[in-house]
Design a protein around this ligand. Sequence first.
Ligand code: SF4
Length: 202
Amino acid sequence: MQKKPVKILSSGPLLNIAHIVKGSRANGPGLRDVIWVQGCSRHCEGCQNLELQSHIRRYILPVSTLIGQIAARKDQIEGVTISGGEPLEQPAGLAELMEMVHELGLSTMVYTGFEYDEIYDSSNPQIQRILSATDILIDGPFILSKKTQSVPWVGSSNQRVICLTSRYSKNEIGEMDICVQECFIFPSVLGDFTIINTGIQQ
Ligand code: SF4
């Protein structure tokens, strides 16, 4: 049966989303909502999120819809983390989302396969907006030969936890009680389950 086209009911930037987990402790400081975007051109060997690499349409959501959901939980969470996939491949939507999350008073954390040195002076204004509205950037591709389980929030030792604002410091992060792995199980209307394992790869 042919799928009906998805109707978008509000205007503004869109994001192609694969998963959302509400209330994670393994993806940044404190309790966070985590959004995984769909699509990444990098194809790192050993990628933990292989199913998120292809640029297929998943859930095409207006940023305003996402912000509505986050705003409803703003007293319960410390912030929002964006993973993927490659978030910077959807710069317009991500810039809008990060700025609006900051306006809610919540912290922001973004994973990217780009190194910070490649993007910090980008001429793309959307990338500059993202960097200005990101508290913690986890940069660099996953490199299988450098896989580690000893650095909080990163999968390989080349990746860095970079504090881009004064909201967090490396010292403060070093003293945090960090959750390493979580498993979320979501029942479906069909009676089966979707399982999302998140955190540092074993
Ligand atoms: S950048 Fe991340 S999502 Fe993309 S292939 Fe590498 S590990 Fe996978």
